[in-house]
Design a protein around this ligand. Structure first.
Ligand code: ZN
Ligand code: ZN
Ligand code: ZN
Length: 377
């Protein structure tokens, strides 16, 4: 099967018009005047525009709750912006060098409005807008509208599922190669090659945490030579067709001992419990509690030192977060990781991670690699 044949059709201007209307609704419900969108994942999501170089000249999409959306762009980037698939649904305004870009942008805003603004907006632009419109105010998009991109539509889900299938295929290949005697760095390079072979346009991370390195959840790669008897945490992903993949499996080089089997089984059960907790209406923190409860109940609570999961989409980490205190209810179409782990300092670590999506009746895993322990050579 060629990767080309599997490329999903591009998003249409209708898709983007629907997303912008939804953003306006969310802003209205949050009591805001609108949404200000800077280059980055929000802009890509809302009109499919990603300027080649994000430079100092301001580009900003303005979605007012009571007016047609408009985007201000530097004159020299107008042509590229006009080609964006979502540009049909907005009016384009340009500003030229020598003009005050904040006065020009400010004309699209309510003078005393309160706006959610992309996390990726440059501080210099926010400060410029505040100077141009002293009675306006701004809140971060993640604080004000955390769920803006959280519910995926069918086409987004298909892209995330394809990215997940690709990393499943990478895992199936990596467990067939020899681990013993090779450096983590070499294994990481091989994972990166596999990701590209399986249609990824970008590799974001290749974690190979062997033996004691597996006990550090932020360990990436080192020159450590993998030995017989090692647990090896493999956590890798990147971008395929614009959407992120992210999977973790922990393998063992040769036969595991009893303790390793026990710790692995606790993590496997915790991951399963997190998965079984997922259904519409359940608060995000319940997914964390379900997974954490299994690990704490087995006596390893102090060794599970991070949240249970994160949303995923155009970016690798985004709302919703599966963490104590997050009371946001799950909705069909949300996609996130469930990735409990146990990290025994100086010894070894185990983590198992799948991307799941909320369905009408519960949940569906996008990753389907075995969650039983794989023995490698
Ligand atoms: Zn071992
Ligand atoms: Zn991961
Ligand atoms: Zn993850």
């Amino acid at each position: 099967m060629s990767t080309q044949a599997l490329s999903p059709p591009p998003f249409t201007s209708d898709d983007f018009a629907r997303r912008m209307a939804h953003a306006a609704t969310q802003a209205r419900e949050a009591g805001l005047s609108g949404v200000l969108v800077a280059p980055g994942p929000d802009l890509e999501y809302l009109i499919g525009y990603a300027p080649g170089v994000i430079a100092e000249r301001i580009t900003m999409l303005v979605i007012n709750v009571s007016r047609e959306p408009a985007m201000i762009v530097p004159a020299l980037e107008r042509a590229g912006a006009a080609d964006a698939p979502g540009a049909a649904a907005i009016s384009l305004r340009e500003w030229g060098d020598g003009e005050d870009p904040y006065a020009a942008t400010g004309r699209l805003l309510d003078a005393d409005g309160r706006y959610a603004i992309s996390d990726s907006a440059w501080a210099m632009h926010v400060l410029g807008l505040q100077r141009a419109l002293p009675t306006s105010s701004y809140v971060s998009m993640t604080d004000a509208l955390p769920m803006l991109r959280a519910v995926k539509d069918a086409d987004e889900l298909e892209r995330l599922a394809a990215a997940a299938r690709a990393v499943d295929a990478c895992f199936a290949e990596i467990v067939r190669v020899r681990f013993e005697g090779r450096r983590e760095r070499e294994m990481g390079a091989q994972l990166a090659t596999l990701l590209r072979e399986h249609g990824h346009s970008r590799v974001d991370f290749t974690v190979v945490g062997s033996g004691p390195n597996g006990a550090n959840p932020h360990h990436e790669l080192s020159d450590r030579v993998i030995e017989r008897g090692d647990m090896v945490v493999l956590d890798f992903g990147g971008v395929k067709h614009g959407y992120e993949s992210d999977i973790t499996r922990t393998v063992h080089v040769g036969e595991p001992n009893e303790e390793e089997e026990e710790v692995f089984e606790v993590v496997r059960r915790a991951q399963q419990a997190g998965y079984e907790a997922v259904r519409p209406g359940v608060a995000c923190q319940e997914v964390d509690r379900a997974a954490r409860g299994v690990i704490a109940g087995a006596g390893y609570g102090e060794y599970f030192i991070h949240r249970t999961g994160h949303g995923i989409g155009l970016t690798a980490h985004e709302p919703p977060y599966m963490i104590e205190g997050e009371i946001q209810p799950l909705e069909p179409g949300m996609c996130f990781s469930i990735e409990p782990g146990i990290y025994l300092p100086g010894r070894f670590g185990v983590r198992i991670e799948d991307i799941v999506t909320v369905t009408e009746g519960g949940a569906r895993r996008l990753n389907n690699s075995t969650r039983e322990m794989r023995i490698v050579s």
